[in-house]
Design a protein around this ligand. Sequence first.
Ligand code: F3S
Length: 290
Amino acid sequence: MRIERASEMGFCFGVRRSVKLVAEALQRYGGLDSLGPTVHNQEVVSAFTRQGMRVVENLNQVRSKVIAIPAHGAGREVIEEAQKRGLEVIDTTCPMVRRVQTTAAEMSEREFLVVIFGESNHTEVKGILGWVGERGIATMDSAAVLNLFRNTCAEELPSRLGILSQTTQNRSQFAHFVSQIIEALLPNLRELQVINTICDATWKRQQSALEIARRVDMMLVIGGRNSANTRRLAEICTAAGVETHHIEVASEIEDSWLRRETTGITAGASTPDYVIEEVIASLREKAQDI
Ligand code: F3S
């Protein structure tokens, strides 16, 4: 079996930074609580848990004096509340996510209705909405935005609309979403602002996965199943028409996959290098025995 690696894969700069900040804080304080997983990768979270990190869902569950905000960020009020409670806040929000949060907050202050193109139940998206107050919605379906306008009486219709994206979305899907909204709503709007907030690291990983997906027999996409950017890589490879498997660890490799001549490897932005290397080594070893 010939193995081709995507030229861009694995830890992005935001994840590296977040992991480094949490590791340093664990050394300094000996333990801390994290408001959700540091990054969407179970291997990384388990390693930190062994060193004294507890994952909590909200501030009421916090027992430590130190709270880490994960790379995906959190709502502004949550961070302010943590500070009010006298907690030491280790804010590891990725700078690219912070840019979306502050842009959304500015739009909201200027009375824009802020539409986030993203998964409404994803931590990052919930966090961004936490910076816009009442003036924000998150959806991946342009019909939801159009319905909102249809079902709102004329006096209450927003005249300014801002559109941003979850950082890990797909650029062409975002463009399609925006074009549908422009076509239907532009005549009714005084102002429309669209900012492409999909991060470069995401885009580069998607492009290099697609490049190899077009010439291999099978793609393995490595990363957490709860990782939005990893799922997006798997969707992109599947849409390219190649057999694609999303796995978290090497032990998930199935024997029936080993007969492919060429296998492409890519990995989400929160997948550690050693997990990628374990998958490649296991694939080589198992394919030799076939
Ligand atoms: Fe940040 Fe982009 Fe990575 S938003 S965490 S650099 S995937």
